[in-house]
Structure formats: structure tokens, C-alpha cells
Design a protein around this ligand. Structure first.
Ligand code: GUN
Length: 285
């Protein structure tokens, strides 16, 4: 079997076109969706992600306000800036780029963002509402993964989904969203014994452990759907994921590539959450 590639890049393009139409019609009603991004310090990877988010916002008709802050900023000053943005009427989404310098508590920062503007879906209120199946901002990578599966009409009901990785950003929330779609979910992690025994049972395999090319064909059941959340730079400068793409695609029925898979969907769902937040303010007035 040769897997069909699920192009996140293509799907992201389609969704972004729809978002452009939505922002244009919001503009006619006097609303311009606004995203505030706080970038602390000068980590090159974070700076590059933030530039990508800025560019995507502009293209979608979303105003993006990036505050680049010194790594030495105090926790109190940062919390005050978040509070200001919570009150700013033209800002519908607030994103604090992680990781933060070690003297700042990520928990406190995440909780400082109003759940109504938490377009990352990281606030405990949004995480709780997601688990309960209530209205919530869904965290962007897991949301993007579900949209990729939907785009191929892949029914999850009764399927065995195996998630490898249990981070707060991807593993835990994607396991919850798969459960919400009526999949039977197994969540594996670094302490799981005999990982292959689990992954070989997966109808849907989500590789989100952050370990370069560690999922081989041997981990995969014939015909499984494989979603690769990893992104790693190889010594030759090219990008790769958590999955050995070539050999995995010979066994899987569907597979996501790196680059051009989950990555573009993450930013797209951030844009989508920001537009959704702007729409919700309209229904509140
Ligand atoms: N750092 C890496 N991924 C993310 C993300 O999705 N959101 C934020 N805020 N920071 C990140």
C-alpha cells in the first residue's frame, strides 16, 4: 500500500481563504479581528514562529500586534501587559509565545490571559471546557489534526487511536478530542513499556513525542492513518518529523508530511480561533 498524503498546506490554504471572506464581512460591520502576540527574549525558533504568525494574520485580514520584550522583563510587568490586553477592545486574541525565561511562571502567565481571548486554548478554563465537551477555544495543533482527519472524511467512531506523547500542548488535548469523536484512545509516553505493542494496534497513530524519526514501519499496522506532529532539522538542513516518512508511507493508508503537514494547520487554527473570538464579541453586544 502507498499512503495518500494529507497536505496540511493545501487544507490550510482553503481554510485561510474562508477566513479572509469572514474577516472582510466582519470589517463591513466595523470589526477587525486583532491578535496580540507577546514574544519574550530572543530565542530564534520562537522569533521565527512569531514572524510566521504575523504574516499569516496580515494575509487573513487580522490585525497583528507583536510586542517583543526583553528576556529580563519581570513576571509582574509581563502580567500587567497581559491585563492591559485583556481590557483592550480591539484585541480578540492574546498569545504569549512559549517557552518563557525560567524566572517567569508559565502557569501564572497562561492563567493571566482572559479565557475569552485565549486563542491558544491553554487556559485551564478552556482545557476544562474542552474535556467537558462545552464551548471552548481548542488548542491549535490538536484542533488542526482533527480538521485534517475530517477533511478526508475519516470516521473516528469506534476506531483505535494511539497517541504517542503526553504534552499539555499536543498529546493530552488531542487524546481528549479523539475521545470526543468517539475513538477508543490509548495515550503512550516515555514510560510506556513495549511501545510497539500499542502502536501496532492503532487505526490512527498520532506521533507527538518530539523524537526525530523514531516511528518506523515496524510500529505501524497496515492501512493505519499516521499523523506526524514532530518537526526536526536534520544535519543536512532539511526538515523531518517523528516518523520515518518513506517507509511509513508504504504501510499507512494516509500520512501527513513534514514540512507541509500539521505545521501550517497549527497557525491556521490560531487564525480561526481569533476570528471566532471576534465573532463572539459581536454576539455579546
Ligand atoms: N510554542 C510552541 N508552540 C506554541 C504554541 O502553539 N503556542 C504558544 N503560545 N507557544 C508555543
Amino acid at each position: 500500500m502507498t499512503a495518500e498524503v494529507i497536505s496540511g498546506k493545501e487544507l490550510a490554504g482553503t481554510i485561510r481563504e474562508t477566513l479572509k471572506t469572514e474577516t472582510a464581512s466582519l470589517k463591513e460591520k466595523g470589526i477587525v479581528p486583532g491578535l496580540a502576540v507577546l514574544l519574550v527574549g530572543d530565542d530564534p525558533a520562537s522569533a521565527s514562529y512569531v514572524r510566521g504568525k504575523e504574516k499569516a494574520c496580515i494575509e487573513a485580514g487580522i490585525t497583528s500586534e507583536v510586542q517583543r520584550l526583553e528576556a529580563s522583563i519581570t513576571e509582574e510587568t509581563l502580567l500587567n501587559k497581559i491585563e492591559e490586553l485583556n481590557r483592550a477592545a480591539h484585541i480578540h486574541g492574546i498569545l504569549v509565545q512559549l517557552p518563557l525565561p525560567s524566572h517567569i511562571s508559565e502557569d501564572k502567565v497562561i492563567e493571566a490571559v482572559s479565557p475569552k481571548k485565549d486563542v491558544d486554548g491553554f487556559h485551564p478554563v478552556n482545557v476544562g471546557n474542552m474535556v467537558l465537551g462545552r464551548q471552548a477555544f481548542l488548542s491549535c495543533t490538536p484542533y488542526g489534526i482533527i480538521e485534517m482527519l475530517r477533511s478526508k472524511n475519516l470516521s473516528l467512531e469506534g476506531k483505535h487511536a494511539v497517541v504517542v506523547g503526553r504534552s499539555n500542548i499536543v498529546g493530552k488535548p488531542v487524546a481528549q478530542l479523539l475521545l470526543r469523536e468517539n475513538a477508543t484512545v490509548t495515550c503512550c509516553h516515555s514510560r510506556t513499556r513495549d511501545l510497539k505493542q500499542h502502536t501496532r494496534q492503532a487505526d490512527i497513530l498520532i506521533a507527538a513525542a518530539g523524537m526525530q524519526e523514531f516511528i518506523s514501519a515496524d510500529h505501524i499496522k497496515d492501512g493505519a492513518v499516521v499523523i506526524d506532529v514532530g518537526i526536526h532539522r536534520k544535519e543536512d538542513g532539511s526538515l523531518t518529523g517523528d516518523v520515518l516518512f518513506e517507509e511509513a508511507s508504504k504501510k499507512a493508508s494516509y500520512i501527513t508530511p513534514v514540512p507541509g503537514g500539521v505545521g501550517p494547520m497549527t497557525i491556521t487554527m490560531l487564525l480561526s480561533n481569533t476570528v471566532e473570538s471576534a465573532k463572539r464579541t459581536m454576539s455579546r453586544v
